[in-house]
Design a protein. Structure first.
Length: 273
């Protein structure tokens, strides 16, 4: 077809129509480009999230561990304080019995119902009263006594006795028992008339520290020492007869901490009239 001629009936579209068509095609989103821009996390974002989660978990575990340690320390301290309170209350009860039933004699400083030192606390009180069946002389190492009902079962080696005539008094211990005959040590320091005599079978309580096992023990008469408190690393006791003041101090270990406890008491049976 010769240039410059056109078919009859054909319309020529204006140039602006082609421009609009190109703009419309350009505005359509490309399926291929839409597939490459789908939403999601990048590898860096995942690593950051994982690191933060791990940091939070480690921090939570550390807080939990510290809380458990604090709880157990508080629990140990509370248990130690409770054990000390129970032990000191028992010692207080024992101190209240010191000298119970014992006569107050002039010049009886050679025997104290309450004896205290850095190593031991010894408490005496009267358990059974009887008298001699026959006179005894100074230097004699045995005595004949009147056996009261139930007394024979309590007489055995190691039991403490207190003999007095109302003027003098002496502490001695049973070595052997044969009926109503008691072998004693030390021997009598003075003579005793049977009709003026008084013999007391004593209860002896000893409170002392077992330093090897760190246990405070309580022993009654000739029995074995029973645990009174565990974890005791220091024990001291003192008694001043002039002021009638008993002081007991002990130190207990609870973990790495040490706790000091103290008991002050004026024994009622040892008060001077």
């Amino acid at each position: 077809m010769p240039r410059g001629h056109r078919l009859s009936g054909q319309r020529r579209l204006p140039a602006s129509s082609f421009v609009g068509l190109r703009d419309h095609e350009a505005a359509k989103p490309s399926r291929r480009s839409g597939q490459s821009q789908s939403p999601g996390f990048t590898l860096l974002e995942c690593l950051i999230s994982l690191s933060l989660s791990l940091l939070i978990l480690v921090s939570a575990l550390e807080i939990s561990t510290q809380a458990r340690q604090v709880f157990f320390r508080l629990k140990e301290t509370q248990e130690s304080s409770l054990a000390a309170a129970v032990a000191l209350e028992k010692i207080r009860e024992d101190l209240e019995t010191a000298g119970a039933g014992l006569p107050t004699l002039p010049g009886s400083e050679n025997f104290l119902p309450l004896q205290a030192s850095a190593e031991c606390l010894i408490i005496f009180s009267a358990e059974v009263r009887t008298q001699l069946q026959a006179d005894a002389v100074a230097g004699q190492d045995f005595v004949l006594i009147e056996l009261l009902p139930g007394l024979a079962s309590k007489l055995r080696k190691g039991r403490a006795l207190y003999l007095t005539d109302g003027i003098s008094g002496q502490l001695t211990y049973v070595l052997a028992v044969s009926g109503n005959r008691l072998s004693v040590s030390p021997a009598l320091a003075f003579s005793l008339a049977a009709d003026r005599s008084l013999l007391l079978l004593l209860e002896k309580i000893e409170i002392y520290p077992d330093r090897q096992q760190k246990i405070l023990r309580r022993k009654v008469n000739d029995t074995s020492g029973q645990p009174l408190m565990e974890g005791v690393i220091s024990f001291r006791a003192a008694y001043g007869p002039a002021e009638n003041l008993a002081v007991v101090r002990l130190t207990a270990a609870s973990g790495v901490k040490r706790h000091d406890y103290e008991l002050l008491l004026y024994p009622k049976n040892l008060r001077k009239n």
